[in-house]
Design a protein around this ligand. Structure first.
Ligand code: ADP
Length: 190
């Protein structure tokens, strides 16, 4: 099984590159951000609770997202693999994911870390906010908070995967096609 963690700050292009990876390698895309937004759209209790955190650009509590991922892993036992996008976002989540995957004997194959400069991230997110209407993409303060949360809480995950030789950095600046080509090269070597 090919289990990939697509990693990087908000606006790094994880969702965009995930789409291309799904087609090329026939994987299931699990984006916690998308799953949470569907809960909000459906007006569920989970969605209401999550929205309080998301609207401010803060992280939703670990136990909420871990439960969501657990459910998705259980309902897709026959897949060739998963792309985790926006998850794990804390070291706690990374440990929980390893525990879930190890129970199935299908560990993480690699963590692909997209590297993009801060000015470019802000530019991309503000553009996305105009197109998608996503509230958390429309306010520069909220965007800066998300980038800060990424630095403080999410980036330490690199220290978790690095000693396992699973951490791969990919230059996330350039055209979508150029980046897709870089990502593909890394995955083909795994
Ligand atoms: P982006 O990568 O652009 O921030 P996402 O769609 O991945 O967009 O996430 C949007 C928001 O959803 C985050 O700011 C956060 O509030 C929440 N979220 C998504 N995934 C997680 C997660 N794994 N843990 C906690 N909160 C999450």
């Amino acid at each position: 099984m090919l289990n990939l963690v697509l990693f990087g700050p908000p606006g790094a292009g994880k969702g965009t590159q995930a789409e291309f990876l799904i087609d090329t390698f026939d994987l299931i895309h699990l984006s916690t951000g998308e799953l949470l937004r569907s809960e909000i759209a459906a007006g569920t209790e989970l969605g209401k609770k999550a929205n309080e955190f998301m609207a401010k650009g803060n992280l939703v509590p670990d136990e909420v997202v871990i439960e969501m991922i657990k459910g998705k892993l259980a309902t897709n036992p026959d897949t060739k693999g998963f792309i985790f996008d926006g998850f794990p976002r804390t070291v706690n989540q990374a440990k929980a994911l390893d525990k879930l995957l190890n129970e199935n004997g299908t560990p993480i194959s690699a963590m692909l870390c997209l590297e993009v400069e801060k000015e470019e991230l802000i530019k991309r997110l503000l553009t996305r906010g105009q197109i998608s209407g996503r509230v958390d993409d429309q306010n520069q303060k909220i965007i800066e908070n998300r980038i800060q949360v990424y630095r403080n809480k999410t980036e330490p995950i690199i220290e978790y995967y690095h000693p396992q030789n699973k951490h791969h950095t990919i230059d996330g600046m350039g055209s979508i096609e150029e980046i897709a080509e870089r990502v593909k090269k890394v995955v083909e070597k795994l």
